[in-house]
Design a binder for this molecule. Structure first.
Ligand SMILES: Nc1nc2c(ncn2[C@@H]2O[C@H](COP(=O)(O)OP(=O)(O)OP(=O)(O)O)[C@@H](O)[C@H]2O)c(=O)[nH]1
Length: 300
C-alpha cells in the first residue's frame, strides 16, 4: 500500500488544480461513488474543493451492490441533506434519472432563469470521482454520439470541450479525477477488492484473503454456494485454508494466485452475489420511512 500512497501526491495536486479551474464553468458537479464502497470511494477533500457549488451524488454500479444496502445509503444521504441517486451507468434510463435529479438540485436556479425569461438553457455539469468508479462509462451513456461541441464562457480564455446529451445537459468532456483516501488500511483493502486500485500494484492473494474475511463475517452462504464448499467444515478453516480449498474446487491444483485472481474477478463481475462492503451509518428507527420516501421520490 505504501507504494500506492507515494504514487498519489503529484497526481493529486494536478487533479485538484484542474478541478478548481473547471468548477466555475459548470452549474453542478456529479460526484460519483461506487455503490459497493460508498465511503471508501468518496474523496475527503471534494467538499472543501466545491464549496457551495450544487452537487448530485451518483452511486454507480448498483447492479453489483446489495440492493437493500443501496437503499439504506440513499436514505442516509437524504438524512444528511445530500441529493443522491443510485444507478447502473449503462442502463438506458440513466440520462433521464440523472437529468431529473440534477433539475431537482438546481430548482432555484431554474426558477430564477425562468423569471428572467431564460428558457431551455442547457445545464452544465462535470463528472468527478476516483479511478474506476465509472466516470467514462457514465459520460459515454449520457452523451449522444458525435455531438462534441467546443465553446468558452465569458472570462475564460481556454476553450473547453463540451458534450451534449439528449436531455439538454452539457458535460465537460474531461472528468474530474479524484483520489481515494489511504490513511485507513481497511479503506485500502476495500478499494483493492473492488478494483479501484490497479491490480498490478497489489498482492492479489492478500486482497482475496481480505475478501474471504468479509464474506465470512457477513455472507458465508454466497461464498459456499458459488464454490461448492462444504458448509460443515467451513467454520473450522482459516481464511488461507478456504482460499486453498477454493483453488482445488476450481481445478487450479496449487495455483492459489490464479484462484485469488478468479475470486476477485468473480466478485467484480457480480458472479458471487450483489455485495456492499460498507454498511450505511443509518439510524434503525428511521430506516423504513426514509427508504419509502426515497422510493416515492425516485419513482414519481
Ligand atoms: N456493472 C457495472 N459496471 C460499471 C458501471 N459503471 C462502470 N462500470 C465498469 O467499471 C469499469 C471502470 O469504468 P470507467 O468508466 O472506465 O471508470 P473511470 O472512472 O472512467 O476510470 P478511470 O479512467 O480509471 O478514472 C469498466 O469496466 C466499466 O465497464 C456500472 O454502473 N455497473
Amino acid at each position: 500500500m505504501a507504494q500506492i500512497i507515494q504514487w498519489y501526491p503529484g497526481h493529486m495536486a494536478k487533479a485538484f488544480r484542474q478541478m478548481r479551474e473547471n468548477l466555475h464553468l459548470v452549474d453542478i458537479v456529479f460526484e460519483l461513488v461506487d455503490a459497493r464502497i460508498p465511503n471508501a470511494s468518496r474523496n475527503p477533500q471534494l467538499d472543501e474543493l466545491i464549496g457551495d457549488k450544487p452537487r448530485l451524488l451518483v452511486m454507480t454500479k448498483t447492479d453489483l451492490a446489495d440492493p437493500g444496502e443501496t437503499k439504506r445509503w440513499l436514505a442516509y444521504y437524504r438524512q444528511q441533506g445530500i441529493a443522491a441517486v443510485g444507478l447502473d451507468s449503462r442502463d438506458h434510463m440513466t440520462p433521464q434519472v440523472i437529468t431529473k435529479a440534477a433539475k431537482r438540485v438546481l430548482a432555484d436556479k431554474l426558477v430564477r432563469d425562468a423569471e428572467k425569461g431564460i428558457k431551455d438553457q442547457p445545464l452544465r455539469a462535470i463528472v468527478a470521482g476516483i479511478p474506476n468508479v465509472g466516470k467514462s462509462t457514465l459520460l459515454n451513456h449520457l452523451v449522444t454520439k458525435n455531438v462534441a461541441i467546443t465553446g468558452d464562457r465569458p472570462g475564460v480564455t481556454k476553450k473547453q470541450q463540451w458534450l451534449k446529451t439528449p436531455t439538454n445537459l452539457q458535460l465537460l468532456d474531461t472528468p474530474g479525477v479524484l483520489w481515494p483516501k489511504f490513511e485507513d488500511p481497511e479503506v485500502g483493502k476495500r478499494l483493492a477488492i473492488t478494483g479501484a486500485i490497479k491490480d498490478t500494484l497489489i498482492a492479489k492473494d492478500d486482497v482475496a484473503l481480505s475478501l474471504i474475511g468479509f464474506f465470512r463475517e457477513d455472507n458465508q452462504p454466497a461464498l459456499i454456494a458459488r464454490y461448492h464448499l462444504d458448509e460443515d467444515i467451513f467454520d473450522k478453516l482459516s481464511d488461507v485454508d478456504i482460499l486453498l480449498l477454493i483453488t482445488k474446487k476450481l481445478g487450479f491444483k496449487d495455483d492459489y494466485d490464479r484462484a485469488a485472481e478468479r475470486l476477485l474477478l468473480d466478485l467484480r463481475r457480480g458472479r458471487i452475489c450483489q455485495y456492499t462492503l460498507e454498511k450505511a451509518p443509518l439510524a434503525g428507527e428511521v430506516l423504513d420511512e426514509e427508504v419509502e420516501a426515497h422510493d416515492a421520490e425516485t419513482n414519481d
